[in-house]
Ligand binder design. Structure first.
Ligand code: HEC
Ligand code: HEC
Ligand code: HEC
Length: 236
């Protein structure tokens, strides 16, 4: 299970550095396949924070609302920001991109992550949930090893860096949408897009001893913005 970890880190290291040189490819690739939001359905159901709120956000409509039915619907210059996984490995045969800014645009290709949630160590769909209860940090490590990306922890060093792959803070930015002069006000945009809630890990992080903080350093938030207050948990 953990044998592949070094390779995975190595691969993602290379991908990240290539990606920061070529700002034309914002989607994060981690060697897995992009499965689309249907693969994230545990998070998308009713009662689930991410799902309910996401559907009302502009990210869920960046292709439908802005490109669909226009001459730019398939334009790579637009798809790199208004769609997900353009030019990447998509599980569904024949698809060149996934419409809109989907979960995987920020959290990385999800096929391996999905597999472990559905059938961790071949022990069925409850096995991962059990691990999550028994040993949340180990569970998070397993998720990250499977390619799950969280900006400010194991992905882009800061959340803002991730946002800036598609947004810009001044009008002269080269990496800017040709159709609007609106600029990102980071704090305001983060607040609007914030879908964190207080989960098992967040509660435990607060209680970690200094030794455990060292042990789990790779899994802890490094970006200050992630220490801002969380919304209370809504799930289950
Ligand atoms: C660098 C990323 C990026 C690229 C490339 C890009 N867009 Fe955008 N686009 C955005 C973002 C981000 C916004 C929203 C800006 C905001 O609200 O702060 C936006 C907004 C828009 C809007 C709404 C403008 C308005 O009136 O509010 C349209 C329409 C649009 N884009 C079309 C396109 C088309 C067509 C292309 C290709 C020719 C394109 N975009 C390329 C990121 C991009
Ligand atoms: C625009 C980028 C972006 C998109 C799109 C996105 N996320 Fe996130 N997500 C983030 C960031 C940044 C965080 C904050 C990191 C953290 O929680 O530590 C986060 C955190 C999370 C968390 C952890 C929440 C918590 O309680 O700590 C979950 C679960 C999550 N996202 C699920 C989703 C799902 C499901 C979707 C699609 C419906 C999605 N995300 C779409 C950027 C994104
Ligand atoms: C893959 C590209 C992409 C990434 C990464 C991304 N965005 Fe966006 N975002 C867009 C596009 C495209 C729009 C334009 C939506 C529209 O107007 O159609 C948008 C719109 C928004 C809006 C709505 C703005 C408004 O006018 O109300 C907010 C808020 C936002 N993004 C926040 C963020 C934050 C915070 C991050 C980083 C965690 C982020 N985005 C990362 C592409 C992206």
């Amino acid at each position: 299970m953990f044998g592949g970890r070094k390779t995975l880190c190595l691969i993602s290291g290379i991908v990240v550095s290539v990606w920061s040189l070529a700002s034309s490819l914002p989607a994060i690739s981690n060697g897995a396949d992009f499965v689309g939001n249907s693969g994230c359905k545990c998070h998308m159901g009713k009662g689930c924070f991410e799902g309910e709120e996401y559907k009302e956000r502009l990210h869920s409509n960046t292709w439908e609302k802005r490109l669909k039915g226009t001459p730019d619907a398939e334009n790579p210059d637009c798809l790199k920001c208004h769609a997900t996984a353009y030019g990447e490995k998509i599980a569904e045969v024949g698809k060149k991109y996934l419409p809109n800014v989907q979960c995987e645009a920020c959290h990385g290709a999800g096929s391996e992550y999905k597999k472990l949630k559905e059938n961790f160590q071949g022990k069925g769909k409850d096995a991962f949930k059990e691990l999550l209860k028994k040993d949340p940090f180990e569970a998070r490590k397993v998720q990250f090893d499977a390619g799950l990306i969280v900006a400010g922890i194991n992905g882009p060093a800061t959340v803002k860096e991730q946002c800036l792959t598609c947004h810009w803070e001044n009008k002269d930015d080269k990496n800017k949408c040709p159709k609007t002069d609106k600029v990102m006000d980071y704090k305001d945009y983060f607040k609007k897009d914030d879908h964190r809630d207080e989960d098992e890990i967040d509660v435990l992080i607060k209680k970690l001893s200094p030794e455990d903080k060292k042990k789990w350093a790779a899994l802890l938030p490094k970006d200050e913005i992630l220490n801002t207050p969380l919304k209370p948990k809504k799930k289950e």
